[in-house]
Design a protein around this ligand. Sequence first.
Ligand code: SF4
Length: 369
Amino acid sequence: MKLYRPQKIFIESAVAESQITSNVVQSLPDVPVEIISSSQPLLESAREQAPTLSRAKKYLLLAEHRGRFLKHCPGGKGRLGIQNVCCNYLVINYATNCHMDCSYCYLQSYLNFPYLTVYANHLDLITELESAFSVDRSRFFRVGTGELADSLALDLFTRYSVPLVEFFASQANAVLELKTKTDLVTNLLGLRHERHTVLAWSVNPPRLQKTDEHKTAAIPDRLTAARKCVDAGYQVAFHFDPIVQYAGWETDYHRLVDQIFDLIPAASVAWISLGALRMTGALKQVIRRRFPKSPLPFGELVPGEDGKLRYFKPVRVEIYQSMKKWIGLRAPAVPVYLCMEKPDVWTKVFGEVPADEPALQDAICACLQ
Ligand code: SF4
């Protein structure tokens, strides 16, 4: 994959002395840097000039995160309060935006933040996590960084993974998931992780990677990176999301499942999630405008109760049942769960719905707790 290189780096003075800032500046010595007292005026003036996604990808902002880093994953509760089955996942918003360019990326219609931003006050994040985990040491926390940004896209410069992995290694009641579409795992291989970090890859058949996951690592490169992490003692995970239905999808996805388990021992796979293609109407318009050759908006998508466009329920159930069968043939003990689906779909796919959020999390994290 092509490595990201910003045209300019803006640094808020509050994080000028941060280790993350120093890592970035040292890794990109030729990129111009401007220290600013606050990013607020910069962001406001950029918004007035009608922010474009291409600008968001060209400029890197190292800023101070002033609110709470840790939040509940919004996946459990859909728009209009529609309740999906929730896996109790927490997200760390350590960065926003992404220099890669997936046609279906929901950030395109969600973020109005006109810069690729990394929150460089990582010590505040560690303090917040420590206090959250220590409130109840009998509770297990599953936490990820990949909601508003790819977990490893900038890691070669920021080395953000290093303090996070080392911190989680000392937390008996928490696991960190780093979710990526890159193959940038160099910083992770020599770290002390105590199996409290899971490296996860979002995957799709190679033909979809080529047409709709622009600037991401090729699928064989992602799997090779996953294998390196397994050899370094990590558990890994895979997210088939979004699963796209097209002529020949069964062959392609079945082959992908086999490719994964030809390279990765099933015992090293912590969990697998499945999520069929979904998008808001606004995102569909963005995809048509920015990626006119993408086939994604032309599938048979119907609005659900939460207003999102999805395949008809019987189609989604068939997709999930097929995926579950193919995975089960190679890795019957690996936990498989659905992302953003309601109980009736779970029942049709698995024959039952988890009793509650902790029960589902316990099933997913069985090999880690
Ligand atoms: S890698 Fe993830 S965050 Fe980046 S563009 Fe693709 S979907 Fe969006």
